[in-house]
Design a protein around this ligand. Structure first.
Ligand SMILES: Nc1ncnc2c1ncn2[C@@H]1O[C@H](COP(=O)(O)OP(=O)(O)OP(=O)(O)O)[C@@H](O)[C@H]1O
Ligand SMILES: [Mg+2]
Length: 424
């Protein structure tokens, strides 16, 4: 059925003379010149226009460049058209026919009953909430392109006449280039901010990766020194003793015993060095067992009570080794920090598989909580946790617990997409 426009009833309101309208339009353009943001510009327009085009609500909605959404700026009443958190899709706009270029103007005597404003999925509740009955909508056109719409409303039904639409049309013609310029400057500002944020993220990641590389290099040097100072020295001693035994007379088991003892010590030291360098238990037994083994060793003799709750159903073990090790290192640092800085009575580690197939990890302590930023001297471990999380695209959160006691580190890794996993 073709929409039936609801025509306004005739009323006896006196009309301003063309000179008065012209004078007001001039004043609007002067008022606009002082406003560089859309919200204050629309407010200035509303005040200047009220004499020639009375209204209870006035708004300008602008299409976002290159997107099928629009944002609204309102004067008088503020409704969800401008207060909504996200831009509104054009397809849901009650005046989509204007925004899509199908109509240049709309006049209704009662928008609450006008079928043109009521359709499936219409974002039209402000009309009913605010009782916006009489409405005029005019397209804002620049160089033949619809960039948005100018609208004004009155609570009373049947308030506006065709002459009002003409005035609204003049106002829209004057406003369109101005709002076009403001939109362009806002777009430029938004783009510049997005670009700056992107660059900062990239820089942060690059710096973090560099720090990790440096840390790996330091670790390599440490392992080299440990091997040199401990194991190599011990093995050299063992070789000398064996050479002595080969060349000497006494080859009894008593003579061999100290050599065997030295070899066992060497093996023990090697194991410690390897354990320190690589969480090998992860590879042998799996992530949850690796974390448990680490907790047993890290919290032995500290008197700290701990609990590991594993509801991950082995999800971490399905990931690639570099991901597993990154997650393990982050948990390790969070627990070490809790032990060293928080003086907690208890530490809880939770591993969970999220409903979407991702992984959530939390390390919670009930200790002293974070000192305010200036008192924190070093942030090496936390920086590394953040960088590791970003390198594996996990979201990382570290903060004081809401009740003011203790710290929560939480990590969340999305579900691997197909082809990911081993490669990540
Ligand atoms: N769980 C926690 N409870 C209280 N304070 C914490 C906790 N975790 C970290 N902190 C504070 O944050 C600071 C920075 O932690 P970070 O791990 O970055 O460095 P660090 O542990 O001091 O040194 P390292 O580089 O050896 O890790 C700590 O010195 C400490 O003051
Ligand atoms: Mg630390």
């Amino acid at each position: 059925m073709a929409p039936v426009p609801v025509r306004p009833a005739r009323n006896a309101r006196a009309f301003p003379s063309p000179e008065a309208v012209f004078g007001h339009l001039l004043r609007i353009s002067r008022a606009l010149a002082g406003h560089l943001d859309l919200q204050s510009a629309i407010q200035a327009v509303s005040e200047e226009l009220d004499d020639v085009l009375p209204h209870d609500h006035l708004d300008v909605c602008l299409l976002r460049t290159g997107e099928n959404v629009h944002v609204a700026y309102e004067a008088g009443l503020h409704t969800d058209w401008s207060l909504a958190e996200h831009p509104i899709p054009v397809s849901g706009s009650p005046i989509r026919s204007i925004l899509l270029g199908e109509a240049r103007e709309l006049l209704t005597g009662d928008a609450t009953t006008d079928p043109r404003f009521r359709f499936e999925g219409a974002f039209n509740h402000p009309i009913f909430d605010q009782n916006l009955r009489s409405r005029i909508h005019v397209a804002l056109v620049v160089r033949g392109e619809v960039i948005g719409a100018f609208s004004c409303s009155k609570h009373d039904a049947g308030f506006y006449r065709d002459e009002d639409v003409t005035i609204a049309g003049h106002a829209a013609e004057m406003l369109a280039p101005y709002f076009y310029a403001l939109r362009a400057s806002q777009d430029a500002k938004r783009l510049a901010i997005e670009e700056a944020e992107g660059r900062a993220r990239e820089e942060g990641l690059r710096e973090g990766a560099l720090r990790l590389t440096e840390e790996l290099e330091r670790e390599r040097q440490r392992i080299g020194m440990d091997l040199h100072d401990q194991t190599l020295a011990d093995l050299t001693r063992v070789v000398r003793r064996l050479e002595g035994l080969r060349d000497g007379e006494d080859r009894t088991s008593e003579a061999l015993a100290p050599v065997i003892g030295s070899l066992h010590r060497c093996i023990g030291e090697l194991r410690e060095i390897i354990d320190d360098a690589r969480p090998n238990i992860l590879e042998l037994f799996g992530f949850a067992e690796g974390v448990e083994d680490f907790l047993v060793r890290a919290l032995a003799d500290t008197g700290i009570v701990w609990n590991l709750s594993d509801r991950s159903e082995g999800a971490v073990d399905a990931l690639g080794p570099s991901l597993r090790v990154a997650l393990f290192r982050i948990v390790q640092e969070a627990v070490n920090n809790a032990v060293h800085h928080a003086s907690p009575a208890r530490i809880d580690v939770d591993l969970e598989r999220s409903s979407e197939g991702g992984i959530q990890i939390a390390v919670r302590d009930d200790g002293v909580g974070f000192a305010p930023i200036p008192q924190r001297r070093r942030i090496g471990g936390i920086r590394n946790m953040q960088t590791r999380a970003r390198l594996i695209s996990a979201s990382f959160f570290l903060d004081r617990l809401a009740d003011g006691r203790g710290t929560l580190m939480s990590l969340s890794l999305g579900a691997p997409t197909s082809g990911e996993g081993e490669g990540r």
